[in-house]
Design a protein around this ligand. Structure first.
Ligand code: URA
Length: 442
């Protein structure tokens, strides 16, 4: 393979063979292709696109650039879940124990939050003592004993993605559909699960701003699964407003626990049950409606909460038996936010809200930044609710009075109040499989 010819082929709108793509990606990881050559090629892909076959071959090349986790006897009954990220998205903390408590084997590698979106690893690390950095041996042994483990991603999985993502980030080539799809799917496939359920978020607080782009991304990832012998189902869900009421790491763990105790917000519960049901259906070969009943029974019986507790304790986290939940840190300053007018809440700008929570110290701009698990916001009302002027609609949790006041001033403009109630839009917009796209109404 000649790097210049390969770049020329894509620049001129041509297609690559799987062999060329494998050699290209593997040579890059071995440092035989220069960053400037990879950057030129990434831009050519951004401008000219890739066929479905090329996107799958690229994913395969990225998977085989490093280690692929072998889940052994658990492969057939294994399932993983991935969200493209959003604000207040603590779905994994509810979905994963729900699915595992029904017998699905879950060995999940999760990421940290970046920018306005949160990450499961940061949320779990708000529990004192909880270890997210564990060896491969411990990871697999916990899967054996408990059937559930969540840890941070190791550098050995899909190393090509790590290198390419860093380049995309600084060469304006992040937003290319084949590059996003192969980046996400290479990490999921390398993590070893046979069945994968994706939550592709769309809207202001999401990576994909329009529902059409989210559906296209969902299709691209489901296609990759089909080419690489994984069962993949993707849901397209709304991220125009935060999911649930809590945003901020420790606050979100608390909300996930409340949801597993049957006291969580409806939207979070509904997305979590749907995704868990899909995991159960795929991994245990069960019709979806039967899987949903199994998941709901597990939720009601407290089995899913017990599963999460077992995982937290196994990984060193502190569990307080008297209140049956993990120990969680609390922000020292808490102030109410009062509605400036009466009206229905028509919109909550998830992106702006995510940024306010970041400003409170809960998020990071660069991967190496430190975060504080305590700050955040709890909304007491959501889109569609009526609020009276002077009513407390949110509480801000902050490290200092000054940070709390700053967040309070910034919060009001993120909400839109109207005088007439508006029709609700669907929380779960579509379900995408290899043979079908099903659209839902509210
Ligand atoms: N998330 C990923 O892992 N990769 C992308 O390219 C975009 C979002």
């Amino acid at each position: 393979m000649n790097p210049i010819e390969l770049i020329q082929t894509k620049r001129d709108g041509g297609t690559h063979t799987p062999e060329d793509l494998k050699e290209w990606i593997h040579s890059y990881v071995r440092k035989e292709v220069a960053d400037y050559q990879m950057s030129a090629w990434l831009m050519a892909v951004f401008l000219k696109g890739m066929t479905a076959q090329e996107t799958s071959a690229l994913t395969d090349a990225m998977v085989t650039s490093g280690e692929v986790l072998d889940l052994g006897d658990h492969f057939e009954q294994s399932a993983d879940k991935h969200s493209t990220g959003g604000v207040g998205d603590k779905t994994s903390l509810v979905t994963i124990p729900l699915a595992a408590s029904c017998g699905v084997k879950v060995a999940k590698m999760s990421g940290r939050g970046l920018g306005h979106t949160g990450g499961t690893i940061d949320k779990l690390e708000s529990i004192p003592g909880f270890r997210t950095s564990i060896s491969k041996e411990e990871f697999l042994s916990q899967l054996e004993v408990l059937g559930l483990v969540i840890a941070g991603q190791t550098a050995d999985l899909a190393p090509a993605d790590k290198l390419m993502y860093a380049l995309r980030d600084v060469t304006a080539t992040v937003e290319a559909l084949p590059l996003i799809a192969s980046s996400i799917m290479s990490k999921k496939i390398a993590a070893g699960a046979k069945n994968i359920v994706l939550d592709v978020k769309y809207g202001q607080g999401a990576f994909m701003k329009t529902v059409d782009d989210a559906v296209r991304l969902a299709h691209a990832m489901v296609n990759i699964g089909q080419h690489l012998q994984r069962n993949v189902v993707a849901y397209v869900t709304d991220m125009n407003q935060p999911l649930g009421h809590a945003i901020g790491n420790a606050l979100e763990v608390q909300e996930a626990i409340d949801t597993l105790k049957g006291q969580g917000p409806k939207d979070l519960l509904s997305v979590s049950v749907q995704l868990a049901s899909e995991m159960v259906s795929l991994a245990l070969s069960m019709p979806l409606d039967q899987a949903t009943e199994t998941v709901q029974t597990s939720l009601r019986s407290g089995k899913a909460l017990e599963m999460l507790k077992q995982m937290i304790v196994h990984q060193g986290g502190e569990w307080e038996d008297t209140v049956d939940q993990p120990k969680l840190p609390i922000a020292p300053v808490q102030i109410p936010v009062i509605a400036p007018v009466s009206g229905y809440i028509a919109k909550m700008d998830a992106l702006a809200i995510g940024r306010i929570v970041m400003g409170l110290g809960a998020g990071r701009i660069r991967k190496e930044d430190d975060i504080d698990p305590r700050p955040g916001i709890i909304f007491h009302l959501t889109v569609g609710d009526f609020v009276e002027k002077g009513q407390e609609y949110a509480t801000i949790y902050a490290r200092t009075d000054a940070e709390a006041e700053q967040a309070k001033t910034a919060l009001d403009p993120t909400l839109t109040f109207v005088q007439e109630s508006l029709p609700a839009s669907p929380l779960i917009y579509a379900r995408v499989t290899t043979d079908n796209t099903e659209y839902y109404t509210a």
